[in-house]
Design a protein around this ligand. Structure first.
Ligand SMILES: Cc1cc2nc3c(=O)[nH]c(=O)nc-3n(C[C@H](O)[C@H](O)[C@H](O)COP(=O)(O)OP(=O)(O)OC[C@H]3O[C@@H](n4cnc5c(N)ncnc54)[C@H](O)[C@@H]3O)c2cc1C
Length: 372
């Protein structure tokens, strides 16, 4: 089968789907290969927080710029999805509160606050009672909080649903239950992929299969993305009429992402356990204990789901949004804790890169070549 004008995308998570959709929007033909059901891996179990400011790290200025660029693009991205599918992805702008439950946490939070103030991110220091005024479900034990007006959230499951619909509406092909085994080359030339045992010719391929990106065969060692899985256990409770949270709440050991449909996502563990995907008693106990300490009212809420996902993390924990030394081969993975946040910027930038042949300044720090 020869498809010279079609771009193959490996992986049907938010990253692969959104790149495919944006390429379709730019008039390209796209085949997306998903080994299972599209969107049902890390993207599905995610909490959907869009948290560039709360997650800003001391030595991650390039990543902060990328994260800020992506959250700024979210309204346009959500509008385009709605335009193409009619689906609203619940992009919510009620803001985020980082909280401290004891004195040690409060001192740590003060340092995080001062760092954000110094680099001119919008933050506000709150006392415990000021925090409770804004979110009455918080424990009276809360010592202090930082209010972050511009960290938002989205319903990641609606996002997935909308992306699948958008790909179909724009006549993209989504092949589910179709694992890609290898990238095929001839000499130094990309010739296509092998999927379900069948060779398919493509001159342009995007590797976007999350935590599994290293396992695609046929890649020369210097092009193999250094990505590992980082296990995350996460829970879903159901909010009741007499319990409502609206804002995202983050304590050092647990976070809360309340969704419009009444789900309350509480997460998450961060574990280096290879490809292990079962929940553990200890993991769930730790999340619930920390969460209960911050918001005691969760005690009586119905527990609906326990999920485990594998975050794709690169060697330096920053994403790889890049072309490669093999002409026509692109990589979009390693989004780690920010894959939902980084969906718009990754989709726009990879689509532009494929069409213009040149990475923008914004994504140059995220080139595969930094690992040489
Ligand atoms: C518990 C948890 C909470 C999180 N919370 C947040 C959050 O609040 N905000 C945020 O921004 N991010 C969050 N993340 C991170 C985010 O979910 C990920 O970074 C993002 O989903 C990665 O998307 P992806 O498309 O690269 O990977 P995935 O969603 O894992 O998709 C990769 C797909 O590739 C497919 N695949 C694998 N191998 C092959 C193959 N050989 N051939 C074909 N298909 C293949 C898989 O089946 C899978 O569907 C969280 C992650 C976890 C685990």
């Amino acid at each position: 089968m020869t498809k010279h004008n079609t771009i193959a995308i490996i992986g049907g998570g938010v990253i692969g789907l959104s790149i495919g959709w944006q390429l379709l929007r730019r008039g390209k033909k796209v085949d997306i290969f998903e080994r299972g059901e599209a969107g049902k891996s890390a993207s599905w179990v995610s909490a959907g927080m869009l948290a560039p400011v709360s997650e800003a790290g001391f030595e991650e200025m390039d990543l902060l710029q990328l994260n800020l660029a992506s959250i700024e693009q979210f309204p346009r991205f959500a509008d385009e999805l709605k335009e193409d599918t009619g689906i609203d992805i619940d992009f919510r702008t009620e803001g985020t509160m980082m909280i401290a439950v004891d004195r040690d946490q409060s001192e740590h939070l003060r340092r995080l606050y001062e760092f954000r103030e110094k680099i001119e991110l919008p933050v506000e220091w709150l006392t415990g009672s000021e925090a409770r005024e804004r979110e009455p479900e918080l424990s009276p034990a809360i010592k202090s909080a930082v209010w972050i007006p511009n960290d938002y959230q989205v319903d990641n499951r609606k996002l997935i649903h909308a992306l699948i619909e958008a790909v179909k509406k724009l006549n993209g092909s989504l092949y589910e239950q179709t694992p890609v085994e290898s990238i095929e080359t001839s000499g130094k030339k990309l010739t296509g992929i092998s999927a379900n045992g069948e060779h398919r010719h493509y001159s342009e391929v995007v590797i976007a299969n999350g935590a599994w990106a290293r396992s695609i065969k046929g890649l020369p060692e210097d092009i193999r993305p250094p990505v590992r899985p980082v296990k995350g256990q996460i829970l879903t409770l159901r909010m009741t009429d007499d319990f409502t949270l609206r804002k995202v709440i983050r304590s050092p050991e647990a976070y809360f992402a309340p969704k419009k449909d009444g789900r309350l996502i509480i997460g998450a563990t961060v574990e280096e356990k290879g490809f292990e995907t079962y929940p553990t008693a200890g993991g769930i106990k730790d999340i619930l204990e920390s969460a209960w300490e911050a918001v005691p009212g969760i005690y009586d809420l119905p527990l609906e789901e326990i999920n485990v996902g594998l975050r794709p993390a690169s060697r330096d924990n920053a994403p790889i949004i890049s072309d490669t030394p093999l002409a026509g081969l692109y990589i979009a993975t390693g989004h780690y804790r920010h894959g939902i946040l980084l969906t718009p910027v990754t989709a726009y930038e990879i689509a532009d890169l494929i069409i213009n042949g040149k990475p923008s300044e914004l994504i140059q720090p995220f080139s595969l070549l930094r690992f040489k």
